[in-house]
Each structure stands twice: as C-alpha cells, then as structure tokens.
Design a protein around this ligand. Structure first.
Ligand SMILES: CC(C)(COP(=O)(O)OP(=O)(O)OC[C@H]1O[C@@H](n2cnc3c(N)ncnc32)[C@H](O)[C@@H]1OP(=O)(O)O)[C@@H](O)C(=O)NCCC(=O)NCCS
Length: 203
C-alpha cells in the first residue's frame, strides 16, 4: 500500500481524533477505557490542529489519515495561545464534563485546564514539542521516522533550535523509537514523564 505524508487539512480532524484515541493508552487502543475518551484528543491533538495547523502532517493511505505528527515550534507561545483561544471553547461544557467524570477523567480534565504544565525551564533549549501517533497496521515500516523528519524540517524553518517530546514511562516502544531516530534522553526533575530532546540542524 502506498502511503504519503501531506499537510493536515481541516477535513482530517475526525480521523486525527480517532487515531489519537486508538493509540492513546501507551500506544494501545484507549477506546472504552474512559466514558469521555475524546478528552484524550482534546488535550493531545485538538489544540495543535486548532492553534498550529501548519505544523500538523498526516500519513495518508489514499483514503484517510492513518497517522500524524503535530506540535508547536515554541511551547511558551503555544501555552499562551492555548489559554487564550483553546480553553474558552470548553468553558460551557467543562462543568458538565467534570460532574460526569470518573477519577481518571478528572485527572485528564485537570491536565486539559492547565497548559502551563508544559512549561519547564530545563527545556528552554528545546522550545518545540511534538506528538506522533500511527495506527498499528502502519507502524514499524519507517513511517514514524519519515513523520519526525518532516516535523523537524518544519520547526527548523520556523526558527526552533531544538524540540522535545514527553513520553509515558511505560510506553517502552516509544522510548526505543526516539533514541533510534536521533533524540537523546533529557533528565528533567519532577513529574513522571520521560523527556527526549533533539537539536535542530540549524543549531
Ligand atoms: C512510536 C511510533 C510513532 C514509531 O513509528 P514507527 O513507524 O513504528 O517507527 P519506524 O518504523 O519509523 O522506526 C524508525 C526507527 O526506529 C526503530 N525503532 C522503532 N521502535 C523501536 C524500539 N522500540 N526500539 C529500538 N528501535 C526502534 C526502527 O527499527 C527504525 O530504525 P531504522 O530506521 O534505523 O531502521 C509508532 O510505533 C506509534 O505510533 N506507536 C503508537 C503511538 C505511540 O506510542 N506514540 C508515541 C507517543 S510518545
């Protein structure tokens, strides 16, 4: 099957949300794990599509997106825009979502409400960050490497001197992937996530 990588278009949003959920449990399918499973995509996909559409790219199987990379070239600016323009979209729905939420959803709602969690002084040399997810049928064939390369080119053009990614400690496959495609482990104090960083070619 021939797969191409192309810029994100507005009509891709539902497919990106679906991929985010189907890879949202440490790379495994999160469908059914939460009543409000869309929350995962409202945190880790939607704000990037909305605020940084030019830095989103999809892997397309000819019919629909089957993977994506998305992110920002400047995390600090992104956090400001998220608070100003993304969070207000939820202001009416959040109270009802919170009342209906179980313990895991409450935690995720707190993540959704606090974009400042992304700010970390130790990451200033790596101002860009990304999220990458590919459906299982298309993993392991070099598509992840291709998506990373395109994203690195895009944030380099946008002026970023480096990029970082936060990875769940238990997503062991992703740890091996990032090291293999050129990232190095960053030792950041506090929090549970593992961080990996990559300097851009312009640096
Ligand atoms: C993580 C993910 C994006 C990687 O994409 P992929 O298409 O499977 O990876 P690729 O085939 O492009 O692999 C690129 C290189 O990394 C290597 N690699 C991949 N996983 C590896 C691992 N666990 N350990 C060591 N090397 C690994 C590959 O062998 C390949 O090496 P090569 O190019 O030198 O031959 C993809 O598997 C995925 O979407 N997983 C589910 C969602 C997820 O976990 N996302 C990341 C959240 S932080």
């Amino acid at each position: 099957m021939s797969l191409s990588i192309r810029p994100y278009q507005a009509g891709d949003e539902a497919a990106v949300y679906d991929i985010c959920v189907r890879t949202g449990d440490d790379g495994q399918d999160a469908t059914g794990r939460l009543d409000d499973v869309q929350l995962l995509a409202d945190i880790w996909a939607g704000p990037y599509l909305f605020l940084e559409p030019d830095l989103a790219f999809v892997l397309d199987d000819g019919e629909r997106p089957v993977g994506y990379v998305l992110g920002t070239a400047d995390t600090a600016t992104f956090v400001e825009s998220y608070r100003k323009s993304w969070l207000p979209r939820f202001s009416e729905a959040l109270p009802a979502r919170t009342i209906a939420a179980g313990p895991e959803e409450r935690q995720l709602l707190s993540v959704l409400r606090h974009p400042e969690r992304m700010l970390c002084p130790e990451l200033t040399g790596y101002p860009a960050h990304l999220h990458i997810d590919i459906l299982p049928a298309h993993q392991g064939g070099g598509n992840g490497r291709r998506l990373i390369e395109i994203f690195v080119q895009a944030v380099t053009r946008a002026g970023a001197v480096g990029l970082h990614v936060a990875v769940s400690p238990t997503n062991t496959r992703a740890h091996g992937f990032y090291l293999r495609v050129g990232f190095e482990r960053l030792h950041i104090t506090g929090g549970e996530a593992f961080f990996y960083g990559l300097k851009t070619p312009a640096t």
